[in-house]
Ligand binder design. Sequence first.
Ligand SMILES: [Zn+2]
Length: 342
Amino acid sequence: MKAVRVHRHGGREVLRLDEVPDPVPADGEVLVRVRSCALNHFDVDLRENVSRWPISLPWTLGIEFAGDVAGVGAGVEGLAEGDRVWVLHEIPCLECEYCLADQDNLCLAARMWSVQMPGGYAEYVAAPARAVFPLPDAVSYDVAAAGQIVFTTAWHMLITRGKVRAGETVLVSAAGSGVGHAAIQIAKLAGATVITTAGSDAKLAAAREDGADHVVNYRRENVTERALELNGGRGVDLVIEHVGGEQFGACLAALRKDGRLVACGGHAGEVVDLDIIPLFRNEWQVIGSRTGTTREIRLVMDLIAQGKLRPRVHAALPLAEAAEAHRILEGREHFGKVVLNT
Ligand SMILES: [Zn+2]
């Protein structure tokens, strides 16, 4: 089969289209013909070796994907050749204390595609049957691949960690990213007022289409001042922050007293200044958040199938153009997700 692999760590040139052996499904596994694999900034981090996850080279990237069942191993029930499916991006152990507490997103022994298992920049993947779920005809492969991680991450941030309530005001940083556009839609579904930021007017217009009530161009405007102004100086109830760097402090300062900031990423700066005085005087809550649990992932995929959440696919490129897909991602030109069609 064809697969795009990283041969050494570095720039986009290290992505190469290779011919590799087809995976063979073991007992309890399903062979999936990948049709669409979504990119995440994590892919770029793995490629550059700045992800803090070790991989052995050469290695196949691609953490979330959808496709068709192309074969089943012994003992697999309920899935048959030709079924349209999506695949859980991280497979929990089901045995550790977190898995037993319905927090399997914190599993101590999870296996993630493209980290512990070769990923979906490939024509075929062999997956444990328990990680493979039916994909309704109404949902395209691209949308299924694009929706899983960012919508689940945003769901976990807003609903589970941030405990958003109807009527609250939520500030979402970086509207154009995968998590940003997902967070806007989920916050609106939850009945919140949404203020969001982006660095271009085109992205802000798209954010309004996704339901954002107020938009702030962070290149032209002061995010803290505008966010405060937009809700009468009171401060926002909840910040969904996934950028880091200077935006972390700018968004934190826009919180009301006892407001919550939920953080899930830091590509603009992983280590930030934090002034402890306003933190305790205002009783701000800074909350870390990872991707969601399997239960949340399945719920989010159902909401996507119902049309209540709408992952945006900015670009779909053939597998051979993986380097160009990385270029789009690194250039931050996109609104929503970039996918590879294998
Ligand atoms: Zn576990």
